[in-house]
Design a binder for this molecule. Structure first.
Ligand code: GLN
Ligand code: ZN
Length: 747
């Protein structure tokens, strides 16, 4: 018998109902009971939609008010000590109620959001740490930092990072999943409970162990098994027939240690259930509830045979991103009494499904014939293409450029954007609604740009930017000015918490329609010359690179992605050459998403690197050797992608580096040893409202100077200034520039 289902359903609602509801709660416009009933309504309407579409099962547990990893953490009492302390009274009440088997979900709500958003001066902030960097978890300004965030595998969604240690006291303290299941059941749905599997959960956890330095976070699976079993028993008692264990970590290259705990957990979970039942006085317990192992985002690869030996009742295969499983050993060891779940629709893109292809896959699967070969696609870019390469190497270019630019040591610059103020956003909205004319809007944008130039000249920054006031978004803006792109009204995708983005859709061949940034960049450069009366003042042109444009869009799937990258690269190349022709001598092509696009399995890395590097080089290498090319990247382990970075052959790379406590020189000392071009490690964190002190900046720069060549080092914030206030930017840049000047005189 064949059933239809989904692994999960979008949380936000078609009109971002969830975002609006949650934010209204944060702003005090909605009460806790209203939040609870509002969330219930959104879930119920998703279930209705699933049912009316004809699905045989609906999913429960995939919904979340903020993030599903946080939900899992809260369910199992994974609350960092700083929050335990802060919410001591509240938690004492919760724990004593739990001990008497009472679970009041509403008591968790504020603790839950506090972990997600932090607490600053007694009020919550939306100031998470993104990436693996350390927030050092000290009370800042009397507040508490939120949990960090980490990209959800190779997507643009950010999960929270729970903190565990040998002192973690795992216990089942929150039964929202069970309540949601009961709700779905009451509404007449055939529901499957979705939970984050322990190994994927631990992959997102951060070990903060002061007691046990050598401890291994995956060994916590041994402790977690108790609480998972308790939850499973409660779900079974509630009438749940299937649990889906999400373990997308299986789509990555996992080591023996992870494999060992994966095996341990699932081999022993049945025994743990029996023991717990025995303790509850149930003899001869026969497990009724069934387990589905759900791996997605890729193939099982070498873990498949191991996984098939474990006592799962069914397995999910991602036959869109993990087609390789189907071509290899999928059916060889597959026992016929197990359920097989085949993912045939691309849940990560927006295209209508190709039913003919799905039929082929399903037929092959049904006949147990492993005859579908993985779609590999050809790689169209070629690094030996003469259009790719610049004619001189970095050192020779540097010589030429330093004679022309005459920049001081430790040149100062910024990453590009300046604050998108309330006033600016109001103008943009009015323009979009047709309430003001294009001329009125442009006049405002140009006025802001001119002010920004004056501001940077007053600050004494060495390489200026125009401020990016004309762009709402660094990808959308370019999409609007190239063929082959379209945008949606409501195509929202959750980025983190209540934050959503609306990726453009690349549906056809891409080419540049018109110069995109030329006019405003030239205007800024002319103003800089006019105001300063100094031709040595340069404004850096600011573009988004092909990889980031692709990563943050829905990409057409009828041609290989390398082809799309190449087309975008040619469009950006035209823009770069236009800027150069018009006197812009420093051009930055941003690639913040380059790390995020790296495939989950290392065997696929080279294919990606080829088209990514080629796309970037095609965009930038048409310029003269005298023109300086910058790029910017954020939230990556830069050491990991160093070979890729080197292949991009830029003159200056600016990177996010401040939140991670200078990871370029501490964790990743290899970087400084092996990277030999201009480098601007972010000197302070733009995502925090805190103004970096001169002392702090000085310490950081001095540390950097110990490992990087002094004439290779640039001084800049770690990312764009777009989300800060003008006052914060002013004070931060003032401190940054003052320290750079002081140090210059000393080195
Ligand atoms: N130039 C962009 C800006 O300053 C870069 C943004 C980014 O790194 N995501 O906003
Ligand atoms: Zn950035």
């Amino acid at each position: 018998m064949v059933n239809t289902t989904v692994l999960g359903f979008p949380r936000m609602g078609s009109d971002r109902q969830l975002k609006k509801l949650v934010e209204a709660y944060w702003n005090g416009k909605v009460t806790l009971p209203e939040l609870t009933s509002g969330a219930q309504k959104i879930r119920a309407s998703s279930w209705d939609q699933m049912k009316s579409l004809g699905l045989d099962f609906v999913t429960v547990g995939d919904f979340s008010l903020y993030d599903h990893i946080l939900d899992t953490a809260i369910m199992f009492n994974v609350v960092p000590p700083r929050f335990q302390e802060h919410f001591k009274n509240e938690l004492d009440i919760i724990y004593s109620e739990v001990a008497s088997n009472t679970f009041d979900l509403s008591k968790w709500q504020d603790i839950y959001f506090a972990l997600a958003r932090g607490i600053e001066n007694n009020k919550s902030t939306q100031n998470n740490c993104v990436g693996e960097q350390d927030c050092n978890n000290q009370k800042k300004d009397g507040g508490l930092p939120s949990l960090e965030m980490k990209k959800w595998f190779d997507t643009n969604y950010h999960s929270l990072v729970p903190e565990i240690s040998s002192e973690s006291d795992y216990k089942l303290v929150n039964l929202s999943l069970v309540e949601e299941f009961e709700h779905a059941k009451k509404l007449g749905h055939n529901a499957r409970a979705v939970i984050v599997g322990p190994i994927t959960f631990l992959y997102y956890c951060k070990l903060k162990d002061s007691l046990n330095e050598d401890s291994n976070k995956y060994s916590h699976a041994k402790k977690l098994i108790k609480v998972y079993a308790e939850l499973i028993i409660r779900l079974e008692n509630a009438g749940c027939e299937w649990i889906q264990f999400d373990e997308p970590i299986l789509s990555t290259d996992i080591d023996d240690n992870i494999k060992e705990y994966f095996q341990y957990f699932y081999k022993n979970i049945d025994l743990e259930l029996e023991n717990q039942k025995k303790n509850l006085g149930v003899v001869n317990y026969k497990k009724k509830i069934k387990f589905l192992l759900a791996n997605y985002f890729g193939d099982y690869n070498d873990i498949l045979s191991l996984a098939l030996e474990l006592p799962f009742d069914g397995y999910h295969f991602d036959l869109v991103y993990g087609k390789k499983d189907l071509s290899e050993s999928l059916f060889r060891n597959y026992s016929t009494d197990k359920v097989i779940s085949l993912g045939i629709i691309d849940g990560r893109n927006i295209w209508k499904n190709d039913s003919a292809e799905s039929e082929t896959i399903l037929n092959a699967a049904l006949k147990y014939i492993p005859n579908i070969s993985a779609i590999s696609g050809s790689i169209l870019c070629d690094e030996s293409n003469p259009k790719l390469n610049r004619s001189l190497d970095y050192q020779s270019r540097k010589k030429l450029q330093s004679e022309i630019f005459k920049l001081p040591l430790l040149p100062t610059t910024s990453i590009g954007s300046f604050p998108q103020t309330l006033e600016l956003r109001k103008y943009r909205q009015q323009y979009k609604k047709g309430e003001i004319t294009k001329d009125e809007y442009d006049e405002f944008i140009y006025k802001k740009t001119e002010q920004c130039i004056q501001w940077q000249l007053d600050l004494g920054i060495d390489v200026l930017v125009h401020g990016e006031y004309e762009r709402n978004d660094m990808v959308e803006f370019f999409g609007e000015n190239m063929t082959g792109f379209t945008t949606t009204k409501n195509g929202w995708v959750q980025s983190y918490g209540s934050r959503c983005v609306k990726p453009p859709i690349i549906y056809a061949d891409v080419s540049r329609v018109r110069p995109m940034t030329l006019e405003i960049t030239k205007f800024a450069q002319d103003k800089a010359w006019e105001i300063s009366n100094n031709k040595n003042i340069r404004v850096k042109g600011m573009l988004t690179g092909p990889v980031t444009i692709i990563q943050w869009s829905f990409v057409r799937n009828d041609v290989h992605i390398s082809r799309v990258a190449e087309q975008i690269a040619y469009a950006i190349r035209e823009e770069v050459l236009d800027l150069e022709k018009n006197g812009i001598e420093i051009i930055q092509v941003d690639e913040p998403a380059i790390r995020e696009g790296l495939p989950l399995r290392s065997e696929n890395h080279e294919v990606y690197k080829k088209w990514a590097v080629n796309g970037f080089k095609l965009s930038t290498s048409g310029v003269k050797n005298e023109t300086m090319i910058h790029t910017h990247m954020c939230y990556s382990d830069f050491n990991e992608i160093l070979p890729l970075i080197k292949r991009m052959d830029t003159d200056v790379l600016t990177v996010e580096n401040s939140k991670s406590d200078l990871k370029l020189i501490t964790e990743n000392c290899d970087f400084a040893e092996n990277y030999h071009a201009g480098i601007g490690p972010g000197i302070y964190d733009v995502h925090s409202p805190i103004i970096p002190s001169k002392k702090e900046i000085y310490t950081r720069l001095a540390a950097l100077l110990k490992v990087f060549e002094k004439d290779a080092l640039w001084v800049n914030p770690d990312c764009g200034n777009k989300t800060r206030t003008e006052e914060q930017v002013d004070l931060s840049l003032k401190n940054m520039i003052a320290v750079a000047k002081e140090l210059r005189a000393l080195i």
